[in-house]
Design a protein around this ligand. Structure first.
Ligand code: ATP
Length: 288
């Protein structure tokens, strides 16, 4: 056991990382560790501590759902290729019981999905009561890749920001707490990660030649992200900008935001739906 204190957050990540008016994605330092002055070791230790809290809160949420509660949590992860969305799911959601997690990765829409409104597949993926839903990519693809690649006319995608805000507000009103995290990786770091995928045979499966084509559209993507931040960081469902060049920092930040969201729900263990003393008496009668 070490006696060295774990250095914590200097400022609550909910405050430090929230995207507010005036946020400029082009000025954002993706390699920083905003709000957290500690080292990687500090972060790993703190993450373990907060992971214990997160695990307990998730179990309370699950118990609430089993006892007739209707609340849930939705973690939305958006980011460019190599921004670490998959690792985030493994490392952060790996801290809780997998039975309480409802994970969905959104790829290119299937033929069936394309035959419906773009929010159809999103609605179907919402977490049931008592669960933590995770979206690896999300409805925001419909104003990101769809806009950048001109898959629909501007008149169509430009109407979606308000529609998304209204959709999110409805989910919040129904009892889903939404935590939206944009994993912001720098183009230099992306280059490194793509090169590593090519160098290492165990990472070849992650490499997609199409990622290079997307990278060529970096600036257009950043314009699209900027508009998402300008128009869809609402009080009901704010965006958090996560510096993602250092994976240890990004994972700590998302762990903290998720834990904080659950703490804010003031979850309690549900009261027993039976007479505890009577059941104790029945059990002790069996021991005699
Ligand atoms: P990763 O998310 O790490 O790239 P992956 O390569 O395994 O994971 P895919 O199944 O290839 O995932 O799906 C991701 C791709 O799907 C991305 O290129 C993304 O832009 C695209 N995509 C997601 N949603 C949409 C959408 N609504 N319209 C068009 N393309 C979309």
């Amino acid at each position: 056991m070490t006696t060295q204190a774990v250095r914590g957050w200097q400022q609550s990540p909910g405050q430090a990382l929230r995207v507010r008016e005036g946020f400029r994605v082009e000025d954002f330092d993706c390699s920083g560790t905003p709000g957290f002055p500690g080292t990687k070791r500090d972060a790993k230790r703190l993450m373990r501590q907060r992971g214990d809290t997160l695990g307990e809160l998730q179990e309370k949420l699950f118990a609430e759902g089993r006892s007739g509660g209707t609340r849930s949590v939705l973690l939305v992860l958006q980011g460019m290729d190599t921004s670490g969305k998959g690792g985030m799911v493994r490392h952060v959601l790996g801290l809780v019981d997998p039975q309480g997690v409802h994970h969905t990765a959104f790829g290119v829409p299937t033929e069936q999905e394309r035959s419906h409104h773009y929010l159809w597949r999103i609605d179907r993926a919402l977490p049931p009561a008592g669960k933590i839903g995770v979206f690896d990519r999300s409805h925001y693809e419909d104003v990101l890749v769809v806009r950048v690649r001109s898959f629909v006319d501007e008149s169509v995608w430009s109407a979606r920001y308000d529609e998304i805000n209204a959709w999110e507000q409805r989910r919040v009103d129904e009892g889903t707490r939404i935590v939206k995290c944009a994993l912001l990786v720098s183009p230099q770091q992306q280059l490194k990660r793509l090169a590593e995928r090519l160098e290492r045979p165990d990472k070849h499966w992650k490499y997609d030649p199409g990622d290079i084509d997307e990278r060529a559209r970096w600036d257009t993507y950043m314009d699209a992200y900027q508009e998402v931040f300008d128009r869809c960081s609402t009080d009901a469902a704010p965006w958090y900008a996560i510096a993602a060049d250092r994976k240890w920092y990004a994972r700590l930040a998302v762990t903290e935001l998720l834990t904080h969201a659950l703490e804010g729900m003031e979850l309690e263990w549900p009261a027993a739906a039976f007479d505890v003393d009577a059941e104790k008496a029945r059990l002790s009668a069996l021991r005699r």
